[in-house]
Structures are given as C-alpha cells and as structure tokens.
Design a protein around this ligand. Sequence first.
Ligand SMILES: *[C@@H]1O[C@H](CO)[C@@H](O)[C@H](O)[C@H]1NC(C)=O
Ligand SMILES: *[C@@H]1O[C@H](CO)[C@@H](O)[C@H](O)[C@H]1NC(C)=O
Length: 175
Amino acid sequence: MTYLVLVWTTVTCLCWTSGSAQVQAQQNPKKVIRYPKINSNETLVCECHQDTCDNFLWFRSLENGTQLQFLVSVNNAGRNTHNNNLDASRFKATMNNVKSVLRITKVTWEDSGLYSCVSKDKKTEGVWKSGILLLPGVTPPAPTRKPKPEDPVCGCQKESHIVQRKFSRLAPRNA
Ligand SMILES: *[C@@H]1O[C@H](CO)[C@@H](O)[C@H](O)[C@H]1NC(C)=O
Ligand SMILES: *[C@@H]1O[C@H](CO)[C@@H](O)[C@H](O)[C@H]1NC(C)=O
C-alpha cells in the first residue's frame, strides 16, 4: 500500500488557473478512501470554507496526485458547467449555501481517482478542500481488529445533556 502514501505527499502543490483565480491544493491529513461497486451511485460532499458560498468546482486527479482534471462547477442557481470531455449525464453537482454534493451515477473503473473541490464566494478566489480517494471495484482491505472497549461507566442522564448541548451548537444556523 505504499502508493497511498504517495497520494498524500505529492498532492501538496497542484495549481489550477482560470482567469485570475488561482487556488492551491492542500495536503489532506485524513486518508478518506471509498470503494464503490461498479455501476453503483456515489455521492461526495464538499463543505463551504465559511458561512456561505456562491459556487463550487469539482476536480479529480490520478491516485498519485498528477493529471488534475476539472469535472464540473455549480453556481448558486444550480447551474452545472461540465468539462466537455466528461459524460455530463453521470456527473451532477448541486449546492446550497453551506455545501455542494457531487453525484456520480453508474460508477466505472475509469472513475478511480482522488476527488477534491474548491469552494468560492464573492470575496475569496477559492479554497481547496481535502480529497476523497475513490477506488471503484476495489475490494476494501479487511478491517483491522480493534481491542474490545471497556464497559462504559453509565452516567447516562448527565451525558445526554452534554450530548444535546454539543449537537445544538453544531447544528447549521439556517437549518
Ligand atoms: C443510480 O441512479 C440512477 C439514476 O438516478 C437510478 O436509476 C439507479 O437505480 C441508481 N442505482 C442504484 C444502484 O442506486
Ligand atoms: C502518475 O500515474 C500516471 C498513471 O499511472 C503515470 O503516467 C505518471 O507518470 C505518474 N506520475 C508520477 C509523478 O508518479
């Protein structure tokens, strides 16, 4: 699995230029890997870098971080602009203020790659978000066995209050 290490170390400086906008890829500390079945549908989510965004762009690159390919952009009217070399019917992007969802239907072997996105608003030129490695048709590695957790001590009532507070703080403002 040494090639996976390559992904996260070589992806550090991919640059994308369009007009005056230039964004830089950031290294992804989280190694997010998905193993969709061939012909299944996959959805990827991209969070806005701040409270509200006006558009999102989706990209993919090879596993080793090379050959960055623009896929599709979506604006806040829901309009998609695709790369002409792409089967547009299989790549649909939607968005609201806080996130964008890329839906890939009928996933193929060729969809394998590192998917990432750029979120934008009127003021910022674009913020590159960490990628998800998609490996269609690949058998996921067997999960490593974790040591059995110790029985939790029950402090149920107190804890449920804490949990509730945490969730209400995390809830999106305009939900
Ligand atoms: C994938 O999406 C397509 C189009 O929305 C749908 O027709 C199909 O049933 C879906 N396939 C799966 C496996 O969910
Ligand atoms: C990345 O992978 C592609 C396809 O496997 C290969 O052609 C290219 O040379 C690789 N680039 C690097 C820097 O390893």
